[in-house]
Design a protein around this ligand. Structure first.
Ligand SMILES: NC(=O)c1ccc[n+]([C@@H]2O[C@H](COP(=O)([O-])OP(=O)(O)OC[C@H]3O[C@@H](n4cnc5c(N)ncnc54)[C@H](OP(=O)(O)O)[C@@H]3O)[C@@H](O)[C@H]2O)c1
Length: 164
């Protein structure tokens, strides 16, 4: 199974200046809980944006067109098809971004984990594709109120692909 996990603002923004929109420990915890022990797929830009890499206890597949690039402990794919061949077909695989990768993989995904950040980041420069909700069904939603560590209200939403 292929799942996308993403944090999106009210205008579908996901990043700015090569990094995340903001620091949200609650969302980080959610991301860690879901992805630990699984395969995660990402573009090279997202991989290189991690302050510490690789992320512990996850099998990394990094997409790049650079055939010279490699890094210890990382599986490298040069096309989506190569990345697909590296997925674990017995369990959930997570597509973790960024913008280019989400756009290419959204039509292939079975499930979406969306964290909706209730804010608009005016200087955002990277966006998630517009979600066509005729294709996606909400199966779970939980709200999280802003607190001293998380500056914005959040909504954690799980969608599965509609079968018809
Ligand atoms: N809000 C969130 O949940 C979230 C999650 C992840 C990332 N982000 C943000 O998103 C931004 C990064 O997104 P981005 O769109 O700039 O970059 P990206 O999608 O992370 O990576 C783009 C790179 O991936 C490689 N690539 C893309 N498609 C490929 C393909 N079909 N085959 C082989 N390689 C391929 C290319 O690498 P080469 O140039 O090496 O060939 C390309 O430059 C950052 O701001 C990041 O913080 C946000």
């Amino acid at each position: 199974m292929t799942s996308i996990i993403v944090a999106i603002d009210e205008h579908n923004a996901i990043g700015r200046k090569g990094g995340l929109l903001c620091h949200l420990p609650q969302d980080m915890q959610h991301f860690k809980a879901l992805t630990t022990g699984h395969t995660i797929v990402m573009g090279r830009t997202t991989y290189l944006s991690f302050p510490r890499r690789p992320l512990p206890n996850r099998r990394h597949v990094v997409l790049t067109r650079d055939t010279e690039w490699h890094e210890d402990g990382i599986l490298v794919a040069h096309t989506r098809q190569e990345a697909e061949a590296l997925l674990n077909d017995k369990e959930e695989n997570f597509i973790i971004g960024g913008g280019q990768i989400y756009k290419e993989w959204l039509p292939k995904a079975d499930k979406l984990y969306v964290t909706r950040i209730h804010h608009v980041f005016e200087d955002a420069d990277t966006f998630f594709p517009t979600l066509d909700l005729t294709h996606w069904q909400t199966v779970k939603q939980t709200e999280y109120k802003a607190d001293e560590k998380n500056p914005y209200d959040l909504r954690f939403i799980e969608y599965t692909k509609r079968t018809i």
